[in-house]
Design a protein. Structure first.
Lengths: 171, 171, 171, 171, 171, 171, 171, 171
């Protein structure tokens, strides 16, 4: 089974990235997770990317903030699909990270997720892997059904309690 | 072989989307291409998404501008990976399209490309498909090598001509 | 009497949406309120929109944040007027929600309110309904007169206390 | 039959506003159209707003660019629903107009449309009027069906011609 | 002596506006201060503006947030100079207020200050009044000299303590 | 009579600044006009500012684009009121110029006009000077009346021709 | 040995600027540090800049927020390289400071760092000085090696503990 | 003499970069100029950076647009000072390039210039090199004096012709 390779530029990104890990564990997708910096350890990062496929990785998730070069730098060294998570910044809210990840030049794509959208990065990786793994496909259908059911349960609760009581009950 | 399904919200997006088509043809990836609107033909769009997998589609590319709901609306109805192309707008430059595509809620990812980044949407789709199709993998390696060679040829030309002559020769 | 249908994408929007409910109750406008997601429960959402008029709804208020597709997705399935509340986001302040709601394509309008502007969404719904219901018209005139009076009372208090004491008295 | 009142701050907005007029004529909605400025003719503008209901107006459409106060200034003087069209500006693309129209304070709503979204302003006005006028309701259903059909015809043409020929045929 | 007229749209702006009052009191400039809303009490606001000159006012300071129409609405009704203070908003940081105040159309200027820049609004008003009142001119020169001296004293303290101790001493 | 001093950072700003000159000539306000750069001729610029009052200047208008320091640099060297015109930039539309002019620190105000708002800078200067010169006050009232009349004439023409003919007649 | 001259517009910038000081001390680079304002003490600031080279300074670091003119004003008075630190603002996050620092006109460059990027300003100054001082060059290589090692140690810890334990251990 | 190394990501950047070349030639600074891409030729780019110092380079200028990783990627592989030129983009005006260049993480600085600010990148490089080369220092003083003189000549022309004739003479 192909693994997901997760890379983040700094351990300060781990609280966000952890949400991607949780999704992968829920789906029982194998993964590797690394701290590697496009700027502080560029050669190690490039090596990771170059060897990813030989190491059994099928999709790479890379998280970075500010001048968020990590996903693009990895994408330049592999032809595995790379999914980028723009990390929120304290100054610009993450719009800097988003632009740095998404506005890649012709030839080297990176798939941009929402700012801090780590769960979706993992879900998207699972969706990619499910093309070659029908079991994931079924699990994803269940996951979506669960999500839908949660929405419906909340709606039922709202019908039952009304908005005022609902708010009290959840605070 | 899995196909790529391309959808655009309006035929005014076709000049951009055509660049994705050209990439797919270069890689000899089969594709379908449709005009379908999240807002003007919502049910047809939803049906397309729901039936995509049964119709042999493996990846969906959706292009839209402004309140660019199309990729997200399709992603809500399929668990195939959906790649979004934010179309440049005359008023906001496409930042509206980008936010509408990328800022998806937890659970339903869309992979955002650069504004007007149609080639990369297609290349990313090929990268996804290459996981199950080593032939694409080889072609992508060649494509990258060609790109690198073009850069190097331009650099050689620059060394030969110098910047002044280079500019004259290319204008 | 026509009802107002309120929909929000997630119960995390309820603290904001509650302010719309309070206005409707003040005006004794009947309403339904639902949690329904453009992405997690797309078919239920579409059904709600399609059946809204038959269910006695005259105006729909839809609140959503980020890639805030909910108002547009509902507007695509009904020709009742749809009023959108862009929910503030922790990363982009709600400018993403605002663009996703307001920048609708030709043919399918959504009426955008201020970010988190739930009271105004409800007031606007009442203004629409008052066209067919002169009683609401009178109530709205009173509501405006009350608002004006509150401003004038605050001004009187400011004249009386001066800015320094006014600030102390209200802290 | 209730009329639509259209106001623009300057005749330089007329090329955009004209698209709203065309929609209203298509739907055979009666309308008045005025040039009146929030800043240059404030009293005339206020009078227009105060007398609008007595003059048989049911919905007001106001277009303005830059510090686009016109819709809000009118909304302050009437309780008819006011729909704002933010006009694109040459410097900021219309984001200034959008914020000035949409970010109204609690109590006085304005319904913001897309930047330069004049057609949708008119369609939204018709949707409001159709609550008291079932004939408009039927016409709007037809209008939507026509729009959907145009999308489908374009899609059929695309299936027939393929993207390359389609582009040639429409250039 | 000409007075300064201060107007704010809501008493929630008073903590910011109070800083303008403090400057005016420091310079012993007479002032009036009012709560008056462009949208909730439009006629009272217009009257204030129309009568301002006859009431002995020479400069008007108007503070507002969001769709900050107040300064422009006042400027439309008087030819006294109007200085606008854009109030910071919780969603957009005040860029909405800034655009609404500054992007006035040709013919009706408003002088925009920094977001929340209430002191500078008052200082600017004093600078205007000092043209007809040399005493203010002298006071302003002293005020500037004091500011310069404070900067120099802080610099001296920094030379003496060094950055580490300076930080400790001021925390 | 106090003069207006106009300064621009580069002669490329003159086409915009000329509109301020035209207003001053219309009002028969005396003026000086200079090209002086905050960065290229800082000492000459500072001298201009320091000597402005002694040279009979009452208000300074400064136009600059990009990191538009000129108005602030002048304001630092004079206590005459300084009005800043943010010049539109080809890259950021002038939002850079606007922020650089408007976001001045506490103590040294600059009055920001709209991007490229040169007419309003001149009108604002006249409004300031009219406090000490009732003749300008009367002229400004006439100017406003003329503006209002132009709006009304355009409205009359629109009532007469209708929007379609109006557009044809003005193209 | 050439010194680094550090200037900040206000002592409120010192907590950020202190991080630059710490880097310079780590590298044993001599420095001066001053509080001097482009607007409140313009002449002292200009003198500092004019005399910097004669005072043994080789690189100037200037920090400022809002209409952050300080780096540009200094650059106008010296031909030493000037490095600007845009300080985060509470209203616009520092994008105003960034534009004011970076968008300098042709002829007078300022080197912009990240918002609040004080460490990098100091590191960049050291990189400049190392051209004439091979010892700094060696120290910088060590500094980078240390940074790389820290990243690798964190990665090793992550491999050992896994993401869950890592997060617990660092909170 | 140390050389300047210029790198651009694509030959489409050459028209902008050429302006840096012209400055270097004017100052008789030796330079190398290359086309090398962070994404399409990452290894060649890294090698260039790693060998730059041994090849006699003292400062590197790197120009890139969009997700402009090139300057940061080079900075990660050398400790020579790296100056980044953000290239204007057709969609976002270059704010994407600016953020990607300027918002570098702690440890690896890049000196950001204005969008398309190629002359200033070269001037800044000369300023750096002048620390070890007093001849450049003198030339830069002359360059600045020439610039100042040009401004003064334009001002003299403006005094002579007046704004109206000046505009005619330069169009």
């Amino acid at each position: 089974m192909l693994k997901v390779g997760i890379v983040m530029g700094s351990d300060s990104d781990l609280p966000v990235v952890k949400k991607a890990v949780d999704i992968l564990e829920k789906f029982k997708v194998e993964y590797e997770i690394h701290i590697a910096s496009a700027h502080r350890t560029p050669q190690k990062t490039a090596e990771f990317a170059r060897n990813a496929r030989d190491n059994g990785i099928g999709v790479i998730i890379a998280a970075a903030g500010g001048a968020a070069h990590l996903p693009g730098v990895i994408a330049a060294e592999t032809i595995l699909p790379v999914v980028g998570i723009p990390i929120k910044t304290s100054t610009l809210g993450g719009v800097d990270s988003l632009y740095s990840i998404v506005q890649m030049p012709k030839g080297i794509p990176v798939a941009g997720m929402a700012i801090n959208g780590a769960e979706n990065a993992a879900l998207f990786a699972v969706q990619i892997l499910s093309l070659g793994n029908p079991e994931f496909f079924e699990k994803m259908k269940e996951y979506r059904a669960e999500m839908a059911q949660q929405v419906e349960e909340k709606d039922s609760k709202l019908q039952e309690l009304g908005p005022e009581e609902y708010l009290k009950s959840s605070s």
